[in-house]
Design a protein around this ligand. Structure first.
Ligand SMILES: [Zn+2]
Length: 174
């Protein structure tokens, strides 16, 4: 059964998993590779608390990276949840996240071009000239003095990041 084991050898995909779960959550993922299992089986085999196992499984379910089948145990009358992974969907999630970031950065770049910015020494908040002048050059965060900043560096950084994302998105891997 291939439920996306190869995904775990992709550093970016693995990083994404660690981000939404944690190291212990990753152990749950490993124990579900290439098979189906119930939450109780996973807890027993890994020694991870059943509540933690369930939390991880539902987190995976939220991201549609795992699904379950519910059956009723006729002897004890309880419901049993048998889980399986679908890790390949992680590529959709990563792509979506990159697309969002790309949109965000593009908007930021557009808002920065052809404008002069001011900022205090402490905060990273860039205020355009008109606004800075209205604020009498006082930082809206700390009330420190707003000084002219050269935004070329940030613009260049944005351009590079946008280019990198566009390249990554067009190479078809994600
Ligand atoms: Zn400030």
């Amino acid at each position: 059964m291939d439920n996306g084991k190869s995904v775990l050898s992709d550093p970016e995909a693995k990083k994404f998993l660690v981000e939404i779960l944690d190291e212990e959550g990753l152990d749950v993922v490993y124990s579900l590779l290439d098979r189906e299992a119930t939450d109780e089986e996973i807890a027993e085999e890994t020694g991870i608390k059943i509540n933690t196992v369930r939390r991880v499984l539902y987190k995976l379910y939220d991201y549609r990276l795992a699904s379950y089948v519910r059956t009723k145990d006729s002897e004890i009358g309880w419901y049993i949840y048998t889980w399986k992974l679908d890790l390949k969907r992680i590529y959709d999630l990563i792509r979506l996240r990159k697309q969002r970031l790309l949109e965000e950065l593009t908007r930021e770049l557009e808002s920065m071009q052809d404008k002069v910015f001011f900022a205090c020494k402490k905060d990273e908040k860039y205020v355009p000239f008109e606004e800075a002048s209205e604020l009498q050059f006082k930082c809206p965060v700390c009330e420190g003095v707003l000084e002219y900043v050269d935004s070329q560096e940030r613009i260049q950084q944005l351009q590079e990041e946008i280019e990198r994302l566009q390249k990554e998105l067009s190479n078809g891997h994600y």
